[in-house]
Ligand binder design. Sequence first.
Ligand SMILES: Cc1cc2nc3c(=O)[nH]c(=O)nc-3n(C[C@H](O)[C@H](O)[C@H](O)COP(=O)(O)OP(=O)(O)OC[C@H]3O[C@@H](n4cnc5c(N)ncnc54)[C@H](O)[C@@H]3O)c2cc1C
Length: 424
Amino acid sequence: MPSSDGTVHIIGAGLAGLAAAVRLTEAGRAVAIHEATGQAGGRCRSYYDHTTGMVIDNGTHLLLSGNHAALNYLKSIGAETMLEGPADAEFQFIDLAGGARWTVRFNNGQIPWWIFDKNRRVPQTRPRDYLPLARLMWASGDQPLSKLMSCSGPLYDRLLEPLFLAALNIVPPEGSGKLAAQILKETLGVGGKACRPLIAPEGIGTAFVDPAVAHLKQRGIDINFHRPLHALGYDGDRVSHLDFGADTITLDASDSVILAVPSYAAAGLLPGLQVPSSFRSIVNVHYRVDPPAGQPRMIGVINGTAEWIFALPGRVAVTVSDAGDLLEMPRNEVAQVIWRDVAAVMGLPEMLPPWQLVRERRATFAATPEENAKRPGARTNWVNLVLAGDWTATGLPATIEGAVRSGNRAADLVGGRNVNKVAA
Ligand SMILES: Cc1cc2nc3c(=O)[nH]c(=O)nc-3n(C[C@H](O)[C@H](O)[C@H](O)COP(=O)(O)OP(=O)(O)OC[C@H]3O[C@@H](n4cnc5c(N)ncnc54)[C@H](O)[C@@H]3O)c2cc1C
């Protein structure tokens, strides 16, 4: 049985692994981190791009002020000031079909009186249009959103589709009603104070990754890079060996393992483990251009190819979720088509500035009811092995918040407090 004085080996230095490491070191535990690549952060990373001469993110990551686990993680690593957002929960939109612009402004308290104010709610909607949201929050079981609410009309087109598409990373009618409901409960259900959009204008690496790596280094923990785990060895109901190919670590009776790798990698290491196996992509394009003065930090685009446009220092970044249509299109065509939207929104010339395109094919698991039902809990059949990652059963879609919560949960399970239950 693992005890509180052994080493916790964390496999994978994405946000789930980093969050687990930070929590365990706070509890005074010995930690070793093994990462397959040469960089921490996993699907949330920044890097220098030679084509544009800029540091770019693999994707601009949006948080909401109600993402309490992610925000506490940032506090723990001293990086809470790296996120920025408006003082109030406001979302700006533009409809490229007619050029209409509007801003949805949620009020801070739990009673949604913004719905009753035509200057705050979605144009062309009435208060009663919002009732299905309450019904969705309390629906039982899990069904596709198309079965639980109307996926058409001004409220859907002008607010719900862009928000659910961004949060679930799947065309909303196919998305899990249960996951959508959980998002609503943790955001609008709490009030506008939980809905302020937050981004890292200097890059996600400077917020979520570099400070964590520095924090761990200060506590004597260097991440072991270029060290993919090849296989786990077992002895009865325990993991006894970690096989890294070139070398093998033999675990003591007091050691434990947190497997914080993506679902497909976990399935390869733990045959028989049921995991989500279908994925959705996210496409980001980064343009080296100074956004004109007065541009909103982020704007949602309706009836365009671009979905969210971010005005950042010296660059403009665009996100397209569940972007299957853009995966096979020639790269320069994608950059050109999306730039046309940016130019229209920002009043910039049509000539393409230097750009870089990032297509993350397996950005998240497909947030359908079927795939959501495949997510395993943290505990495994081995007493000293627990799982972490945004794809484990967090109750949330694949997000930073879910990844951090899963890392925290895994840390708590091996950290001593709940260790006897790990065998469940
Ligand atoms: C383009 C894009 C945009 C996104 N936008 C948002 C957003 O706006 N808001 C939001 O909240 N979320 C967003 N997400 C989702 C968010 O990035 C993820 O939910 C989160 O980063 C997942 O973290 P993780 O630690 O669970 O997994 P990962 O980041 O996948 O980390 C797993 C780590 O394990 C390593 N690994 C794999 N195999 C092995 C092995 N055998 N041995 C050792 N190491 C191994 C990997 O290299 C990786 O570092 C986005 C994702 C993408 C791709």
